[in-house]
Design a protein around this ligand. Structure first.
Ligand code: UT7
Length: 330
C-alpha cells in the first residue's frame, strides 16, 4: 500500500498591527486606489517591537497547530521552516521555533526558495513521510518581510507583510495528501529580484547600509511577466499530469503576490473566482506564509477529498505547483 503525506491540520498567526494603504499614503507617493487596482492589497500585518524575528510568529503558528491536532511536541520527527527572513543567518530559524515549541526530539532546518519556499519545503517534508521514515512532520512558513522592506521605495513597500502558518504532515493509506508537484528554478532570474548585501558576497558595511542594499530589490514589471507565465504553466502542467479538468478542482491556493497574477493563473486553469483562495487584501505578500495562511483562513470551507492546486512564483527565480487531495473535514 502506497503511503502518501496528508495535511492533517493547519495553524497560523498574523501580528496585530495593521498597516493600511492610507498609512502608506503618508509614507510614500502612492494612493489607496493605485495599490488596490494594481495589486488587490488593502492592508498588511506588521510585527512590531524590539528583537522580534520571524520565529516569534512561527512559534505561535506551530503552537496552535500542535494544539489543534492534539500533537505532543515530542512526537514531532522533523520541522522545516520556510523563510527568507531568518532571525539570524545561523542558527536556523527552524531550530529557534522547535525550541520555542518544546519540540525536542526532531531535527529541523530552514528552506529558502523565496516565495516558493513553502512549496519546496512541503515537497521535501512529504518525502520523509512517503518513504515511511517519519510519522509527524511540521512545515512552517514564517516571514517578517518588514525587516527587509525599504519604506521609501513605493513600488515595493506596498506589497509585503508579515505572518506565519504551519501544517502537519502524517502518513495516509487512502490516497489523500500531496500527490504530485512540478518545481522549477532558473538562477538567471536573480538580477530581477534579490537582496544586494548582507550575505557572504557582500557582508554588511557602513557603505552597504548607506546604499540601502539590505532591502528587497525588485524590477516589478519583469518579475510580474515571468510570474504570470510560469505560475500558470506549472499549474496547467500538474492538472494535465493528474488528469484533472477545471471541474475536478475544488480550490486554487495561489501565492499571494499580486491579484492580477492570481487571476491570470485561475483563467489559464479555467477555474472561476469562487474557487480561488484569496486573502491578499488583508495580508499582502507574506512570502513563505501566503499559501499556508490561505489554508488557515479557508480551512472550514475545505472538505475531505477536495482537489487543491497550490501554486507559487518567487525570487530565484523559483516556481512550482502541487496537487493536494484534502484529507479531512473541519
Ligand atoms: O512574490 C515574489 C514575486 N513578486 C511578484 O510577483 C511581484 C510582481 N510585480 C508586481 O506585482 C508589480 O510589478 C508591482 C505591484 C510591483 C508594480 O506594479 P506595475 O503595474 O508592474 O507597475 P510598474 O512597476 O510597471 O510601474 C508603473 C508606474 C510607474 O510610473 P511611470 O514610470 O509609468 O510614471 C511607477 O513609478 O506606476 C508607478 N508606481 C506607483 N505609483 C503609485 C509604482 N509603484 C507605485 C505606487 N503608487 N505604490
Amino acid at each position: 500500500m502506497k503511503i502518501t503525506a496528508a495535511i492533517t491540520g493547519v495553524g497560523g498567526y498574523v501580528p496585530d498591527y495593521v498597516l493600511t494603504n492610507q498609512e502608506l499614503e503618508q509614507l510614500v507617493d502612492t494612493t489607496d486606489e493605485w495599490i488596490t487596482t494594481r495589486t488587490g492589497i488593502k492592508e498588511r500585518r506588521i510585527l512590531k517591537g524590539k528583537d522580534q524575528g520571524s520565529s516569534v510568529m512561527g512559534i505561535k503558528a506551530v503552537q496552535q497547530l500542535l494544539e489543534k491536532t492534539n500533537t505532543r511536541p515530542e512526537e514531532v520527527d522533523l520541522l522545516i521552516c520556510a523563510t527568507v527572513t531568518p532571525d539570524v543567518l545561523f542558527p536556523a530559524t527552524a531550530n529557534i521555533i522547535s525550541n520555542g515549541c518544546g519540540i525536542t526530539k526532531a531535527f529541523s532546518y530552514d528552506m529558502n526558495a523565496a516565495c516558493s519556499s513553502f512549496l519546496f519545503a512541503l515537497t521535501t517534508g512529504a518525502q520523509f513521510i512517503q518513504s515511511g521514515l517519519y510519522k509527524k512532520v511540521v512545515i512552517v512558513g514564517a516571514d517578517k518581510m518588514s525587516a527587509i522592506v525599504d519604506y521609501t521605495d513605493r513600488s515595493n513597500c506596498i506589497i509585503f507583510g508579515d505572518g506565519a502558518a504551519a501544517v502537519l504532515l502524517e502518513p495516509n493509506l487512502e490516497g489523500y495528501g500531496v500527490l504530485d508537484q512540478v518545481l522549477c528554478t532558473d538562477g538567471s532570474g536573480e538580477q530581477f529580484l534579490h537582496q544586494k548585501a548582507g550575505g557572504s558576497r557582500r557582508p554588511p558595511t557602513a557603505e552597504t547600509i548607506a546604499n540601502r542594499e539590505h532591502f528587497i530589490y525588485q524590477e516589478g514589471a519583469t518579475v510580474f511577466k515571468f510570474a504570470v507565465k510560469n505560475m500558470a504553466d506549472v499549474a496547467a502542467q500538474v492538472m494535465a499530469r493528474q488528469h484533472l479538468s477545471h471541474d475536478d478542482i475544488a480550490w486554487l491556493v495561489p501565492h499571494q503576490a499580486n491579484k492580477r497574477i492570481i487571476d491570470a493563473t485561475a483563467n489559464r486553469m479555467g477555474v472561476g473566482p469562487e474557487k480561488v483562495m484569496l486573502n491578499i487584501q488583508r495580508y499582502g505578500n507574506t512570502t513563505s506564509a501566503t499559501i499556508p495562511l490561505c489554508l488557515w483562513d479557508f480551512e472550514k470551507q475545505l472538505h475531505k477529498g477536495d482537489n487543491l492546486i497550490l501554486a507559487a512564483f518567487g525570487g530565484g527565480f523559483t516556481w512550482g505547483a502541487m496537487h493536494v487531495k484534502w484529507a479531512y473535514n473541519s
